[in-house]
Design a protein around this ligand. Structure first.
Ligand code: NAD
Length: 318
């Protein structure tokens, strides 16, 4: 079985992908600088992987980690919209320059395929739904610009240097190990962690904004399909569930699961946030054979079970 490099493997999505690749018998090397990821996310598999603490923007670390890899799964990024609004240069450095340095390293090492975790943030706030890959992008935040610029670099490396790349434009991914502690936490972990403690969830805006929330196993499956697909050359495909749910509806569902009646606290909309989002999945199906396997309700139930267990583990110190 082949060697896979997973950048950002100590993060939320990366830590799920690492486990899946190991389960399929691949050798796995992780490159992560632990800026938002944690070694604890890889605790039970630490003995089975090569874990390199380093930065994708460090040419030596990138070259050393790409060496011998068949596939590079590139997930490392500063992955927060609000943080990118505060620190745009940092977002550009990690997400654009970092990706470019890694692409150069992958090409020089003779990597067969480069699978990039892109973002639906590239679509911005255009009213047309569902979002189709051929729509003109309209990035609204420094994060969105940086993720889109890196997509262009991936396609460019296919066309100019023949490195096989694909960009997986994830919509909102959620699931176990998504960090609720950060000031920039994504909606679902932020809601769940407060509501489990009996606290009211905070919604930025009126709560009627909607997203195509997608359980993390679907993103992992998309990466594995992208590794196996026949020849690729810079394609860009959406990865989501193809169904749209409002933040108010999510709070209602979480209340139902917890048997609570917590009402949201509504705060002003944050700059850079988009109003509605929904993916067309035809290109993903055509290009890599992707179909969502776990739909929203099931994914939310699995995530809630995990956050409850984790709250109990923390409370009992086990
Ligand atoms: P995350 O923050 O949990 O994971 C990112 C990982 O990358 C962390 O472990 C972090 O320490 C590492 N990292 C950051 N900068 C680095 C650098 N310069 N060098 C080495 N490691 C670095 O985020 P996530 O939600 O797991 O996101 C993974 C990828 O998916 C990101 O590229 C993100 O842009 C993309 N994405 C995520 C979502 C989502 O909903 N979670 C949606 C669209 C796209």
């Amino acid at each position: 079985m082949s060697l896979c490099l997973v950048t950002g493997g100590a993060g939320f999505i990366g830590s799920h992908l690492v486990r899946r690749l190991l389960a399929e018998g691949h050798a796995v090397r992780v490159l992560d600088n632990f800026s938002t990821g944690h070694a604890a996310n890889l605790a039970e598999v630490a003995g089975d992987i090569e874990l390199v603490e380093g930065d994708i923007g460090d040419e030596h670390a990138a070259a050393r980690c790409a060496s011998g890899a068949d596939t590079v799964f590139h997930l490392a990024a500063r992955a927060s919209v609000p943080r990118s609004v505060e620190f745009p240069v940092e977002a550009n450095h990690a997400n654009v320059t970092g990706t470019l340095i890694l692409l150069v390293a992958a090409r020089e090492a003779g990597v067969r395929r480069f699978v990039y975790s892109a973002s639906s943030a590239a679509y911005g706030d255009t009213p047309t739904l569902p979002k189709v890959e051929s729509m003109p992008p309209q990035p609204l935040s420094p994060y969105a610009v940086s993720k889109l610029a890196a997509e262009y670099y991936c396609s460019c490396f296919s066309h100019v240097y023949g490195l096989e790349t694909i960009s997986l434009r994830y919509f909102n991914i959620f699931g176990p190990r998504q960090d609720p502690r950060s000031a920039y936490a994504a909606a679902i972990p932020a809601f769940v962690s407060r509501m489990i403690r009996g606290e009211r969830p905070v919604i930025y805006g009126d709560g009627e904004q909607s997203r195509d929330f997608c359980y993390v196993d679907n993103a992992v499956e998309a990466n594995v399909l992208a590794m196996r697909a026949p020849r690729l050359s810079g394609e860009v495909v959406n990865i989501a569930c193809g169904e749209r749910i409002t933040l108010n509806a999510i709070v209602a569902l979480i209340n139902q699961h917890l048997g609570s009646r917590l009402t949201p606290v509504y705060e002003p909309v944050r700059p850079g946030d988009v109003r509605h989002s929904l993916a067309a999945l035809d290109a993903a199906q055509r290009t890599i054979g992707y179909r969502p396997g776990v739909m929203f309700a099931e994914g939310l139930a699995r995530s809630l079970a995990w956050y409850r267990d984790s709250a109990t583990r923390q409370a009992t110190g086990s």
